[in-house]
Ligand binder design. Sequence first.
Ligand code: SF4
Length: 367
Amino acid sequence: MIPGAADYDIDLTVSDAAIDRLLSVTPADVEPATELSYCRNVFVPLTTACRYTCTYCTYYDPPGQADLLTPDEIREICQRGADAGCTEALFTFGDDPDDRYTAIYDQLSDLGHESIHEYLREACEIALEEGLLPHANPGDQTREQMATVADLNASMGVMLETTAEVQAHGGPRGKSPGQRLATLRTAGELGVPFTTGILVGVGEDWRDRAESILAIAELYERYGHIQEVIVQPVVENERWQGGSPDLATMRRVTAMARDGLPDEIAVQVPPNLAPARELTDCGVDDLGGVSPVTVDHINPEYEWPALRELEAVAEAAEVPLTERLPVYERFVESGWLPPAIAAAIDADTAAGERFRAVLDCASPVDP
Ligand code: SF4
């Protein structure tokens, strides 16, 4: 049983036989992708407050130091992103700020909001007004929280990271694999196209990696909502000196993800954190979100590569590089989008033209 799953009434077990089979997969067993995709986004770190203190994470700030962007700041970031041709506003949180973050709650109250999700809703409205499609990645969410914002998001996400209980999540405020799975289940129940992923090198073993991939596949089988799975290595930073997985590990786990997930789920590696050129033959489909205007606030020490570098990765793999929206096309075509998002894409505006041009994009991009 996956740790914490019973606490959230999650009936999900992965068989030993399925894990053993996936553990036998090597890069030679998977096909390289026939194209690589990416999305142009702006990072909007709504708040750096987080109730957890994962030992590898430089995103969160402790109480008293955490920021909350103002509506004007959100609008300014979104305007710059839209001007630069982005399609996605990537809203990030830590997990729910807890009651230690009194300054954040005072700021929310001054802005007329009782919760961070209420404020996220306002932020999504601003993004849509400025011509971007929201994709919120606000950590674990209850059903009520996700329902507060789901109708204003093209897609949402949370990293499962691992189904194992690891020390890196430990301590008095540790996050639980069961809670993450519950968030993935909630997204399925609410019909939200969803991004998730595994974090490699935080203390999990190979069986844990296989179990994590298969747990995601099982939830997808039930709900059909997972659009992509990120295979992300942990990286050294000021809080984590525990090392990073080597290339052989990343190649094997990427191939396992490709093999263990249905073909329609994209396998993504973030090229600012992983050696993307050496992984493309392991079944990588997507290079993630790249931002021409903001740094990656979750891993600020690792700058996003320029779009030309993504082209170089695709050239080395001898496949075309295509731009995509923050929601994958198959969800657009099959009616998964909430009305506000469908209307934004259909609108007879500059933003609508940009979104439709990306949907029609079948040729190599002009970076
Ligand atoms: S990894 Fe996520 S949940 Fe953990 S401390 Fe960082 S922001 Fe919070």
